[in-house]
Ligand binder design. Sequence first.
Ligand code: NAG
Ligand code: NAG
Length: 484
Amino acid sequence: MTKPNLYSDHAYNQKNYQNGLKRSQVVVVMVPFPAQGHLNQLLHLSRLISSDNIPVHFAGTTTHNSQAKLRVHGFVPSTLSNVFFHDFEIPPFQSPPPNPNASIKFPSHLQPSFDATSHLREPIAKLLHSLSYTCNRVVVIHDTLMASVVQDFTSIQNAESYTFRSISAFASFWYSWEAMGRPFPVNDELEKDLPLLKSCFTSSFKNFISSQLEYAKFSSGNLYNSSRAIEGEFLDLLQKEPVKGNKKLWAIGPLNPIEKSDQNNKSSGRRHECLHWLDKQSPRSVIFVSFGTTTSLTDQQIIEIATGLEKSAIKFIWALRDADKGDIFSGEVRNIELPKGYENRVKERERGLVVRDWAPQLDILRHPSTGGFMSHCGWNSCMESISHGVPIAAWPMHSDQPRNCMLITKLLKIGIVVNDWECRDQLVRPSDIVNAVRRLIDSKEGAEIRRRAVELCLSVGRKSVAEGGISRMELDSFVAHISR
Ligand SMILES: *[C@@H]1O[C@H](CO)[C@@H](O)[C@H](O)[C@H]1NC(C)=O
Ligand SMILES: *[C@@H]1O[C@H](CO)[C@@H](O)[C@H](O)[C@H]1NC(C)=O
């Protein structure tokens, strides 16, 4: 195991300190969990916090830091002068391909990369120690699932930690509430419909979560990437003891401040092909289909979707990819086969577009021709859809997604269900796809759902994101708190 970065960081800090360079008041160390949706959120948060003149140290494995930087959308990480990347080499871990035929959809092929995060404990402890000499306070912001990796901050007098929850307040609340033995009554109707945890996770991952939660007690507060405009009721419940656990809470989402990117500029040469295609479609007529970075569908299910989309007579953009591997840079990626001639045919007939590279999801959702999103209901996708007033055809696959689907379809009522969670083992037929897509894009019911989605988006925009809005205020309040 080589640790070149570690020692040079240490030397660098010691040297700066000895040279009497100005001590910072506070430095932040971000410790993300190595799965795309989690990496992405903490990288965005790094940008936001560093723009308040606080140095941010982003600490992860070399592979996952590269992944985060490569896929970030809306800014160039290397141009952030106040964000420092610490790329730690860890021993090689297994990075098998996903198994599309697995009996449950949880991406258990990622477990070795999750387990390998334990190797970050030592280098991160050293980083925290060396930073602790250079500033008055070291603030660790870590993913819920990295609590054990950062545990050594407790031996540093001027360090404190905050837990970043990259899932919905809705899902978070029920997890905590159930784990605490249901300490107070809540809505029975909702409770009885909650998908069971054992249907959403593998047992190894449940053990992994438990092994992290042991260390959650050390954290001083929780940060949610959500907004009171979306989940006020559940953020309130999270503030009830004993669930609150005497910790502070900030809801800083969606904070999607990058409203314009190059891709929006119609004359930009770097604009993705699918955006040009969207320019030619009528308003809110297209369904965007994507199941995120952790879903691997069977060959047969893919054929059924292809057939359904073509039959639906609704135009579509389908981001067709296999789930990420633990190390996205290693080895071959499955070549997902569609029926012969399918891609060319739907393209030539202006029916739809299959995108196999990294689809610019935010720009697609923001485009006026996009009328719906068929989604696995990962929290990033839910928030991005909500932020742009796009209604959802929900097809949850695993983890928090089935519960997010409940939030979207039953509580917020801004989406419909493609496939009931109880039927998750069954093949979804072309007719199910046709029904879902037509209901959402081209029906009275769909119009009503869209109206609510647009209303929610406006309310989020008014209440949260705007300067002086609640999310901005909560982020400012968090920054003020750590710089106190
Ligand atoms: C999944 O099952 C199909 C059909 O039984 C088979 O052709 C395919 O090779 C399997 N894929 C993997 C990765 O096991
Ligand atoms: C919150 O989630 C949105 C939607 O995925 C994402 O674009 C944004 O960067 C996240 N913000 C933070 C601070 O994590």
